[in-house]
Design a protein around this ligand. Structure first.
Ligand SMILES: [Zn+2]
Length: 293
């Protein structure tokens, strides 16, 4: 089953709803980074919530969601666009904490801190807004971010279920947002339904599609707008790393060449290694010198 998200308007257009199944993309992240259960659940929830957040925008927007916190996870970074592509990494991939009921503990791994959301609109403006983490469980933190920083009251549910061998059973989530003019009775009705609703991972276990999750919340009072595939995707390439190295300037490149003889760079998001041998560094030094002429 492929990953995708579904978008709908509900309750007379007064509520906007997104739901996603992200099992494969979270599995991809788990394999790339060798994530243990708490790190998987934390990053998987953030990847899922972020790819949905990205889908709220259009065109060339790029979003970076950064968790800066004091827990052993040592922070997380996720980048996403408006077309369902997402990638991310954690400071510490090897964390596994359990609650007394055997469930994966995420909040202890994350700790307290802040969520920064940077929007690159690709024209010239870059905006960053920040919200304090509420629980470190990611879903509540995102809901608070939308409500406090974007003034859009929201409810967020995110879940990642992990096997004992650390592989991913399922992952997914939903974001529900109150639109202007939404009556309080509608919000009360939704809150009552959300309180009674099964967890995201239970729904996915039972074979719920994103559309079925939306149906569970609206009981049919919605209009499905569209669906979109979502996937873990990194757009790094050798040229990007070359540009980064060039920005060091020829002086520093010469020092590296003399001291190390080679450069090994690894992409944080996909762990692809790019190797620059002595001849490659010499070419970069030449290019850096030419740029300064
Ligand atoms: Zn990469």
């Amino acid at each position: 089953m492929n990953d995708y998200l579904a978008k709908a308007y509900a309750f007379d257009g007064k509520v906007r709803l997104y739901a996603a199944r992200s099992t494969q993309l979270v599995s991809e992240a788990q394999k790339i980074h060798g994530l243990w259960p708490s790190s998987s659940a934390a990053l998987g929830r953030l990847l899922t919530g972020s790819v949905i957040m990205g889908a709220m925008y259009q065109d060339d927007h790029e979003l970076t969601i950064r968790i800066e916190s004091d827990g052993p996870i040592e922070g997380m970074v996720v980048t996403t666009d408006a077309h369902g592509h997402v990638r991310g990494y954690v400071g510490n991939p090897k964390l596994s904490f359990q609650n007394n009921d055997g469930k994966i503990n995420v909040s202890h791994a994350v700790g307290s801190g802040r969520m920064h959301v940077t929007k690159d609109l690709k024209v010239r403006d870059i905006f960053t807004s920040t919200a304090t983490l509420q629980t470190g469980e990611i879903a509540e933190d995102m809901a608070y971010y939308f409500t406090a920083s974007e003034q859009i009251p929201s409810a967020v549910g995110l879940g990642v279920k992990v096997n004992t061998d650390s592989s991913i059973v399922n992952a997914g989530g939903f974001i529900l947002q109150r639109m202007p003019g939404c009556p309080d009775e509608t919000i009360e009705l939704i809150e009552a339904r959300l309180n009674k609703m099964k967890s995201t991972t239970t729904m996915l276990d039972e074979g719920y599609t994103p559309e079925a999750m939306i149906q569970e919340i609206t009981q049919g009072d919605h209009q499905l707008l569209h669906t979109m595939p979502i996937a873990y995707q990194c757009d790094c390439n050798r040229e990007k790393f070359e540009r980064g190295l060039l920005s060091l300037g020829s002086g520093q490149l010469k020092t590296i060449k003399e001291e190390d003889g080679e450069i090994e760079t690894v992409c944080h998001f996909c762990r692809t290694a790019y190797h620059f041998d002595e001849a490659a560094i010499e070419r970069l030094i030449e290019e850096a010198d030419n740029q300064n002429k």
